[in-house]
Ligand binder design. Structure first.
Ligand code: NAD
Length: 458
């Protein structure tokens, strides 16, 4: 399998993909190792995870360079991701022992009957991952899965294979046995082969289209299946904001990671009273964003990781233009970029819900803005979507923000912020954004099965 640099089209490496036989063999190794791993004292399991975090921090400059080379993410943003990973690991280290401890929940007054809850690992879990934040979306699964005593078959995205291999090497160097965490290398076909193994849980991050296939393949087996899928995340900007501060924050939410985040801002509704002023400030922000070599410290907009996405973006631009949106920045593939995948940061004003731009996940540096008459219209439009990952409101009035956000059907809501993930809060999509959750203490329990103990001293 060839690993391509999306910024230049150059071949970075040639790696050997798995096949049906090797996937089977990896499953058997993971299954054989699981009981002993679950019996390893939790402090020892966590010590290995702590060492993994330390190795990540030590090797961050080199890991960031690789990530930038293979996904085209601007180098500063790659470093931010690695820094953020250390924070997530810290959260799991602090919480896992308490969350996974067996609990006594009831004792009769005479002490005869006792009830307890034990948290047993699922067994062997498949972790099928996306490329856009490979350290985040991978570790949200494999760190708590390993902490809870599962063995993990980890399939990085074919667009983040080198990073996936680094992750495996560092986990092994940190003391996670080779058969407890096993990388499975390859594209979607290899992912499908992995799902044909009798795994005990499937934790998937990726697109809605693939999520549907995964759910269909695991549905008959009654195994735990979690799907973290796409989004079409809205932000509403009310008329009482500081316009330039809001424009700076929301444009960052829309264009950070070159718009390739599941929780990127993908639609913006602006109160009619400040609409033109906000659009002007927003476009000025976007025109200031430096697009260029992702290894350059000043670069803010990098390459598009997957080439087919260019056609999706071009289609959205053509559709928005045809239906009357005003193109105020970008709109096409920049010239002189050779075989790399590039798209100009693109802004449309006067967008509306007849347009693909406001309905389909863009997953790239493109955004539509629409004027609204007030909060009710904003809520109706925010909810007019197949997705339900995040939604944000910018207003000076906290009460008003909460009133609006209570009515919005999304797993995560933001007041005066956006495109933000915290390890302390559950990350869950509604509707086509998926099912299940990662992060928070719920995201540790997710990798366990409860066993209910009824104990009677006869
Ligand atoms: P994708 O669906 O193309 O691929 C995801 C993974 O699934 C890859 O490892 C791929 O090889 C594998 N795969 C593909 N077909 C398969 C099959 N039939 N069986 C098993 N595995 C298969 O998605 P992507 O392009 O890697 O990621 C982008 C998408 O992920 C976007 O929609 C984005 O919003 C979403 N995402 C969601 C979250 C979240 O937390 N909700 C986080 C990051 C990305």
């Amino acid at each position: 399998m060839k690993i391509i640099n999306p910024a230049t089209g150059a071949v970075l490496a040639d790696v050997t993909s798995d096949n049906a036989k090797s996937v089977r063999n990896k499953y058997e190794r993971a299954a054989a190792a699981q009981t002993a791993w679950a019996a390893t004292p939790i402090r020892k399991r966590l010590a290995a995870i702590r060492s993994f975090g330390e190795l990540i921090t030590e090797r961050a400059p080199e890991l960031a360079r690789t990530l930038t080379l293979e996904v085209g993410k601007p180098i500063r943003q790659s470093r931010n991701e690695l820094k953020g990973l250390a924070g997530r690991i810290e959260f799991f280290l602090e919480q896992s022992e308490r969350v996974l401890r067996e609990q006594k929940v009831h004792t009769d007054t005479d002490g005869v009957m006792q009830e307890r809850i034990a948290h047993e690992p699922l067994g062997v879990v498949a972790n099928i991952s996306a490329w856009n934040y490979p350290y985040f979306v991978g570790s949200n699964v494999f760190v708590p899965a390993l902490a809870a005593g599962n063995t993990v078959l980890y399939k990085p995205s074919e667009f983040a294979t080198l990073t996936g291999m680094h992750i495996a090497d560092l986990l092994h160097a940190a003391g996670i046995p080779d058969d407890v965490f096993i990388p499975v290398i390859g594209d979607g076909k290899i992912g499908a082969m992995l799902l044909r193994q009798p795994v005990d849980g499937v934790f998937f991050t990726g697109s809605y289209a693939t999520g549907v296939k995964i759910a269909a393949s695991t549905g008959r087996r009654m195994i735990k299946t979690q799907l973290e899928l796409g989004g079409k995340d809205p932000v509403y900007v009310a008329e009482d904001v500081d316009i330039s501060a809001a424009a700076a924050a929301v444009s960052d939410g829309a264009f950070y990671n070159t718009g390739q985040s599941c929780c990127s801002v993908e639609r913006i509704y602006v109160h009619a009273k400040i609409y033109e002023a906000f659009v002007k400030a927003f476009v000025a922000e976007v025109k200031n964003m430096k697009q260029g070599n992702p290894q350059d410290e000043a670069t803010y907009i990098g390459a598009i990781t997957r080439r087919p996405q260019l056609a999706v973006l071009q289609k959205q631009v053509a559709d928005a233009r045809k239906k009357g949106a005003r193109l105020l920045a970008g709109g096409s593939v920049p010239k002189g970029k050779g075989k790399g995948n590039w798209f100009e940061p693109t802004v449309f004003a006067d967008a509306d819900h007849r347009m693909m731009l406001m309905r389909d996940e863009s997953f790239g540096p493109i955004i539509g803005l629409q004027a609204v008459a007030g909060d009710d219209e904003a809520v109706a439009l925010m909810n007019d979507t197949a997705y339900g990952l995040t939604a944000g409101v910018y207003t000076a009035d906290e009460k008003r923000a909460k009133k609006i956000l209570r009515r919005v059907d999304a797993g995560t809501v933001y007041w005066n912020c956006c495109d933000r993930v915290s390890p302390r809060l559950p990350w869950s999509g509604r509707k086509a954004s998926g099912m299940g959750l990662t992060l928070s203490t719920y995201g540790i329990q997710a990798f366990t099965r409860p066993k209910a103990w009824h104990l009677r001293r006869a």
